[in-house]
Design a protein around this ligand. Structure first.
Ligand code: COA
Length: 263
């Protein structure tokens, strides 16, 4: 277990906290694996009936660690994959999708990239009024992941999904609620208290009825699995393009990227 992930279990509630605040809780391979392990071990822990996933500092998570994108983009094709087989990201996503107990996300601040797409696999989402959301995949020369190319258009309709994907702009908690990413918005100082009260209500209910309800509602079609595979293949290929290398170089140099020379 990396120090960047806390797993606290009390009163039938597991709280998984991303704890890398100085890097906006950007997710490293070790963090993905630690979250997967925490979710996995909760499944057989009778003392866990519901999981709360949250961040620390001013962020939920700024998404995948860009350093990890850079090392993938520089690795020869076939040598390193972010998205296929037993790599940390699919291990994390698989654990989240397989969780048979409810997962509630408490969005305490910035939620970028996978910080948004993972919400499509959580059961309920609550946000601080200071939270901000964004899916800047194309800005990095990459593409949507975690099944979001299917799940987000299904949720929002194609045009609203495309606006978020193609512009990659940030949006606030109120807009996130209007769009359906978020159940409710609370003042930042009250977020955790409100979410823990909701989690406690779920934890007090008949556990098998809760699990069976989740099993019935879960969206696990062959189409979703296929989309995740295709997204992953495309994501890996895109990271190796000169466009993506320019985007990541620009991020590290803190300047706007210049895509004018690409076709
Ligand atoms: N991966 C690695 N490091 C990241 C990161 C990421 N995804 N997001 C932020 N950080 C780091 C920054 O490099 C910086 O590190 P430093 O202090 O050592 O320089 C630190 O976190 C603080 O980030 P900073 O950019 O100074 O904060 P900000 O408030 O000005 O902006 C963000 C916050 C999230 C808008 C901005 O950091 C950002 O755009 N990050 C990239 C998000 C992204 O594209 N994620 C992938 C999505 S597919």
């Amino acid at each position: 277990m990396t120090a960047f992930i806390e797993d606290h279990r009390e009163s039938y509630i597991q709280t998984i906290r991303l704890n890398r605040a100085d890097k906006k809780n950007a997710l490293t391979p070790e963090m993905y694996l630690a979250i997967a392990q925490a979710l996995h071990s909760a499944q057989s822990d009778k003392k866990v009936r519901v999981t709360v996933l949250t961040g620390s500092g001013d962020s939920f998570t700024a998404g995948n660690d860009i350093g990890d994108f850079v090392s993938t983009s520089n690795a020869p094709k076939g040598e390193k994959s972010l998205t296929q087989g037993p790599a940390p990201f699919p291990t994390f996503l698989g654990a989240l999708m397989a969780a048979d107990k409810p997962v509630i996300a408490a969005i305490n601040g910035l939620a970028i990239g996978v910080g948004v797409t993972m919400l499509m696999h959580c059961d309920m989402v609550y946000a601080a009024d200071t939270a901000r959301f964004g899916m800047p995949f194309v800005n990095l020369g990459a593409v949507p992941e975690a099944g979001s190319s299917v799940l987000i258009p299904n949720m929002l309709g194609r045009m609203r999904a495309m606006e978020l994907f193609l512009l990659g702009d940030q949006f606030n908690a109120q807009k996130a609620q209007e769009l359906g990413f978020v159940n409710a918005v609370f003042p930042a100082a009250q977020l955790m208290q409100e979410v823990m009260a909701i989690a406690a209500r779920i934890a007090a209910k008949p556990p098998s009825a809760i699990r069976e309800t989740k099993r019935l509602v879960r969206e696990h079609g062959a189409l979703l699995e296929k989309a995740i595979r295709e997204e992953g293949r495309t994501f890996d290929a895109q990271l190796r393009t000169p466009e993506s290398k320019e985007a990541m170089k620009a991020f590290s140099e803190r300047r706007p990227a210049d895509f004018s020379r690409f076709e």
